[in-house]
Design a protein around this ligand. Structure first.
Ligand SMILES: [Zn+2]
Length: 429
């Protein structure tokens, strides 16, 4: 049975499939939420046609670690000495906002991400039950998790369980689904992590946790008698392909090898790590050892723009410096870390991350026409090192147009930004 179709025509289609197939010019035919065909432009397209000539089509970008409500705090936590950011600066700000402000921040964060060509996010924060609706309304594909800490676990764990109940844990059944979000290895003791592990096993939820993101985290974990943050996670059964560990900065070589050997997914957030810690995570070693590495922007106050194009560039530059090797982490790998590898990290590589028939139609169109993008010899380095989020012209999620001609189709950007700015200004005093 075939329904109405939409054909996207473009100068170029970057499929990012295993063979790296490119069509120039190219077309993607969408039927319902799925891609029906990818190839050269058809002689005569049936159904509706969207003329995106002047653009390159590629899979929507996938942000494997963010906190959308923290949009509110952009610019308020700058140049903080190492060790003071979270407890000294962030927590006091967070205590000053309530759920309505966080919800407004999440709406603005989702809007920013969509306009920058992000179609899937892994979003985690406190109050997630109250924020989830804003994420859902945005049109993004999202896995959401409610943050858990030792000191509030009896109150918060039922909220996390209710979130799993409400959204399910299966990305094949729901555009927004739930995971589990223990905060970090120093704020979650073995009892909490074992409960999370058991719940994950029972429900099929993925686990999202901050891992070795600060020196204090490592010191606290060692004080409790563990060899390191990753060794501790392994002791409680939380290293593996269904765990997404964010940051992974302060790992010994042995720990990086262990994280990789377990096939753990790692959310690499290079801007955030550089800005808040002055460090680069050992991504080369993690990848060589077998970790699945996707890119994350982290929050708007950590990087300070939720733009995965910028994140690809920063990841490339910092990892070349860290490896003392300008050939390290090539552009083609960086583009995969923002698309198909990120999809693998979230367990959705069968759904999204490439443009192939049968996959969900999460597609972005990026202009090839601005002076900073020319000449267009090769799409990959241009997308990784020259393009910006603002070059995104159109965004489709599940075949539905979310952004056209750089404007949201369903969302009211002026209202969203005005409300979130008002909420943020209450913090500025
Ligand atoms: Zn984070």
């Amino acid at each position: 049975m075939s329904g109405a179709s939409l054909t996207l025509l473009a100068d170029e289609v970057l499929t990012l499939d295993a063979a790296g197939t490119v069509y120039a010019p190219g077309a993607v035919v969408i039927e319902g939420p799925r891609i029906r065909a990818v190839g050269p432009p058809p002689a005569a397209a049936s159904g509706e046609v969207a003329d995106l000539r002047g653009c390159v089509l590629l899979p929507g970008l996938i942000n494997v670690h963010t906190h959308t409500p923290m949009w509110l705090f952009r610019g308020l936590t700058e140049d903080v000495p190492r060790g003071e950011w979270l407890t000294g600066r962030m927590r006091p700000l967070e205590r000053r906002v309530g759920v309505p402000e966080l919800r407004a921040g999440a709406r603005a964060g989702c809007l920013e991400l969509l306009l920058n060509g992000v179609t899937t996010i892994a979003d985690r924060y406190g109050h997630m039950a109250d924020i989830a609706g804003a994420v859902e309304e945005s049109g993004l594909r999202a896995v959401i998790a409610h943050s858990l800490y030792d000191d509030s676990v009896e109150r918060e764990l039922p909220i996390a369980e209710a979130l799993l109940e409400r959204f399910g844990t299966d990305p094949r059944r729901s555009r927004v689904w739930a995971g589990l979000g223990p905060h970090a290895t120093d704020t979650c003791g073995p009892d909490l992590l074992r409960r999370v592990q058991a719940l994950a096993e029972r429900t099929g939820a993925r686990v999202f946790i901050h891992l070795a993101q600060s020196e204090q985290e490592v010191a606290e974990v060692r004080r409790q008698g563990h060899a390191g943050c990753a060794s501790y996670l392994d002791e409680v059964g939380l290293l593996g392909p269904t765990v997404v560990a964010a940051h992974a900065i302060y790992l010994t070589d042995e720990e990086a090898d262990l994280v990789g050997r377990r096939g753990t997914a790692v959310a690499h957030c290079p801007s955030s790590n550089a800005k808040l810690e002055g460090r680069v995570a050992p991504i080369g070693r993690l990848r060589r050892a077998g970790a699945i590495v996707g890119l994350g922007t982290d929050a708007a106050c950590c990087n300070n723009a939720m733009d995965l194009f910028a994140e690809m560039r920063v990841a490339g530059l910092l990892n070349k410096v860290a490896a003392d090797d300008p050939a390290a982490l090539p552009a083609s790998d960086l583009l995969r870390m923002a698309t198909i590898d990120a999809a693998s990290a979230l367990g959705i590589a069968d759904l999204v991350g490439t443009l192939e028939p049968g996959k969900r139609a999460d597609i972005i169109a990026v202009s090839r026409q601005a002076p900073h993008l020319l000449p267009w010899h090769d799409a990959t380095p241009n997308l990784v090192y020259a393009a910006r989020g603002s070059d995104v012209v159109a965004v489709f999620v599940d075949g539905r147009p979310i952004v056209l001609e750089r404007r949201p189709v369903h969302l009211d950007p002026e209202r969203i930004v005005a409300e979130a700015t008002r909420a943020a200004l209450s913090l500025a005093g």
